[in-house]
Write a protein that binds this ligand. Structure first.
Ligand SMILES: [Zn+2]
Ligand SMILES: [Zn+2]
Length: 301
């Protein structure tokens, strides 16, 4: 199993981004990313200059930019028609993205917008059926109200029986300020090929982080996105990536199941009685400041 770091929401000069595909790919590789999804607004034109950069897996994508909110189509260059969709048509939008061969992700659902994003918030009536949700979006993600609202909504969806995979994205258009923190989406993948990364996303082998690296496993080869049959021993390994002491926690619908403080690297183990409809995710925090979180292991459906 390989731990790979990615950015899944990225614009180029094929829409309103500042760079070519090759420039974006080289910069992301230099910044330590292993994979990059190019997601221009309503066009897959970037495929024409899809760049080969050693050590970086390039993923096709489109940001479907509708009147009622934005959705990422990950793993496909589209096209995805949206002009006929009304507020009640989110399931049709997700269906079209999947029919085009992509994963459907709700983008920045509570973002009120800014200079590069108008009509950004999710105004569709439904969320059900999305493959993924952007939980952390933009710089300093854990400080921003639209991400706190997205985290709460994501947990409500999990408790309601939905299993959308959380994403942490930059929504990069260019620039960026020194000292800002940015979230990445990490996957536990069998290899670095595009098909390996897409499969890991599809199965929910994911954590979102501004730095710390986490591996959540359970007995019987359980990984995030899997279902536990009943009582199960879970292990949350912290592999570093943050200075000083951090708090490792296993968290469920009612709050932490278990926690401990570690420094450098560390392990939290917990026997979890997986009740139907429950879930358990890992996280690392400093005080109330969340730094990283995993997709959950789920109780029986
Ligand atoms: Zn957008
Ligand atoms: Zn965007």
């Amino acid at each position: 199993m390989r731990l790979l770091r990615g950015d899944l929401h990225h614009h180029t000069h094929h829409s309103d981004g500042a760079e070519s595909v090759a420039e974006a790919a080289r910069r992301c590789r230099a910044q330590g990313y292993d994979f990059l999804a190019v997601t221009d607004h309503d066009t897959g034109a970037a495929w024409r200059e899809a760049a080969q950069v050693s050590g970086l897996t390039l993923m096709p994508g489109v940001e479907v930019t509708t009147f009622h909110g934005h959705a990422l189509a990950l793993g496909t260059w589209g096209p995805v028609e949206w002009r006929d969709l009304g507020r009640g048509d989110a399931p049709r939008l997700f269906g079209r993205i999947r029919a085009a061969g992509g994963l459907a992700a709700v983008a920045h659902p509570f973002f009120v917008g800014g200079s590069v994003c108008a009509g950004c918030a999710w105004d569709f009536a439904d969320w059900e059926g999305a493959d993924a949700v952007e939980v952390w979006h933009g710089p300093d993600p854990q400080e921003r109200p639209h991400n706190r609202a997205a985290l709460r909504r994501w947990e409500e969806l999990l408790t309601a029986g939905e299993r959308p995979v959380p994403l942490g994205v930059r929504d990069w258009h260019g620039g960026g300020e020194a000292g800002e923190e940015w979230a990445s989406t990490w996957v536990y993948a069998a290899g670095a090929a595009l098909s390996d990364v897409v499969e890991a996303l599809r199965r929910g082998r994911v954590f979102v982080s501004v730095g710390p690296r986490l591996v959540l496993t359970g007995e019987g080869d359980l990984l995030p996105g899997d279902e536990a049959a009943g009582e199960v021993a879970l292990r949350l390994a912290y592999l570093g990536g943050w200075p000083g002491t951090v708090e490792l926690r296993l968290v469920g619908p009612q709050g932490p199941w278990a926690g401990r403080r570690v420094r450098g690297r560390g392990l939290l183990e917990h026997r979890w009685c997986a009740a139907p409809g429950e879930w358990c995710r890992g996280e690392v925090a400093v005080g109330e400041r969340l730094l990283a979180f995993t997709h959950p292991v789920f109780g029986p459906a």
